[in-house]
Design a protein around this ligand. Structure first.
Ligand code: 1CP
Length: 392
């Protein structure tokens, strides 16, 4: 399905941005940069705005979610906004009892541990879910109107990471109960994954239709799985989740300076070239997933997000040298002395140069205690280092 003409990708507002070009596999002059969890507790303006509002209420207030999304873009001049929301928001929207507890994360009213629990999850009525997603669509549209040429990245949790919260009932270290259900009752597990893929896929699709120029699927906890378990019990559901945005296309507007109606040689009645039809780029990211990179790409992603454990040149080698990469500055180094961080960032850029294209990011989210000025300085460094490097 084609995105409508007003969408920032179809209108040409964001289709030639550094971020979208890098995601499409073309290396821009300057390496684009944004940070996972760039919105949030590292910013004093965020902490101030959030006083008295619970996390999920903030996510469902279009004005507040939009403002929080814009804060790090204004402050750090990053190359993209990431929509302020949470992976559990679509669960709340279909009626799951979930709350985000400060200092802990998502906590569920009941844990989904058995086949009967899985079957007790609400039957999904697509039109009801689409209605419930209204505040998300409103927040995205509001945000992209403000962002102009800066693309917005929409995101969703991958089915495994969401299922891990549902089965455990909250944050956990090894996701033991989730892995037990996976093996102990594979049929119930498959039903849970199919349900989750549908909920999270529709959440992602709503963001793209409303104006997001790229989509990122977070499978933060997939690193807990063996390659075989990932391939058998998880990858099909992740592919299913991504399929909700895989069919969304836009016609690449003509390059600036070459209007579509450029005169052809007199007397030659050539048909106008068809503009290239492109997909909305999809990034797939996980933590501790160095062994799964190829499988994570193969579910239908365009870009692979790499955590800080695998150097980008090695990740590129594992992916056959054909996949744009995103990553992978170690978040711990944000609090190290500047020269240490700078040397590390230059090394990441150098290794990223082996890939077809590279978007600089962290290997996981911004730690809440990060000095925001360090992030601003890091963006300047990447933009300046990226420019000089492209000459060579
Ligand atoms: O009150 C607060 O400020 C709560 C902290 C917070 C924030 C700012 C949570 C609770 N979620 C968020 C926003 C959020 N969550 C974003 C915003 C956009 C941005 O990046 O700036 C995103 C992309 C997420 C996605 C998310 N939520 C993931 C995937 C990414 C990752 O970090 O691995 C996961 C695993 C969650 C669950 C979650 N939500 C919040 C916390 C503390 C957690 C993790 C809990 C755990 O350890 O299990």
């Amino acid at each position: 399905m084609n995105l409508d003409a007003q969408h920032p990708l179809s209108s040409g507002l964001t289709s030639a941005s550094r971020l979208v070009r890098a995601y499409q596999g073309t290396r821009p002059d300057v390496t684009p940069v944004w940070f996972m969890r760039q919105a949030g507790r590292s910013l004093p303006e965020y902490r101030e705005l959030r006083v008295g509002t619970r996390m999920l209420d903030a996510c469902l207030d279009p004005e507040m979610a939009s403002e929080i999304t814009l804060q790090p873009v204004r402050r750090h001049r990053v190359d993209a906004g990431i929509f302020f929301s949470d992976i559990v928001v679509p669960l709340r929207l279909v009626g799951v009892d979930v709350e985000i507890v400060p200092g802990r994360g998502p906590v569920l009213g009941t844990a989904t541990r058995t086949a009967a629990d899985v079957d007790a999850l609400v039957a999904l009525d697509p039109s009801i879910l689409d209605d419930a997603l209204l505040p998300i669509r409103q927040a995205v549209t509001r945000t992209t109107d403000e962002l102009g040429e800066t693309p917005l990245i929409g995101f969703a949790g991958a089915p495994f990471t969401l299922a891990a919260y549902l089965v455990e009932g909250g944050p956990s270290k090894d996701h033991i109960h989730a892995r037990t259900l996976m093996h102990g009752d594979p049929e119930a597990w498959a039903r849970l994954m199919a349900w989750t893929a549908e909920v999270t896929g529709r959440f992602l699709r709503a963001q793209v239709l409303a104006g997001a120029s790229a989509a990122q699927l977070f499978d933060s906890w997939a690193g807990a799985l063996s390659l075989d378990d990932y391939a058998r019990y998880v990858a099909p559901a992740s592919a299913q989740a991504i399929s909700h945005v895989r069919d969304l296309t836009y016609a690449e507007p003509a390059e600036t300076g070459e209007p579509l109606d450029a005169p052809v040689a007199p007397g030659v009645d050539e048909p106008e070239p068809e503009p290239a039809l492109r997909n909305v780029p999809v990034v797939h990211f996980g933590v501790g997933t160095g062994e799964l990179l190829k499988e994570m790409y193969d579910i239908g992603a365009d870009v692979v997000g790499v955590d800080y454990r695998v150097p980008l040149d090695e990740a590129n080698r594992r992916l056959g040298g054909v996949v744009p990469l995103q990553g992978n500055v170690d978040p711990a180094l944000l609090a190290a002395p500047w020269p240490v961080l700078e040397a590390h960032v230059r090394d990441v850029l150098e290794r990223g140069r082996t890939a077809p294209a590279h978007v600089l990011n962290l290997g996981h989210g911004v730690p809440p205690e990060t000095d925001p000025d360090v992030l601003t300085r890091l963006v300047e460094l990447v933009h300046q280092a990226g420019t000089t490097a492209s000459a060579g």
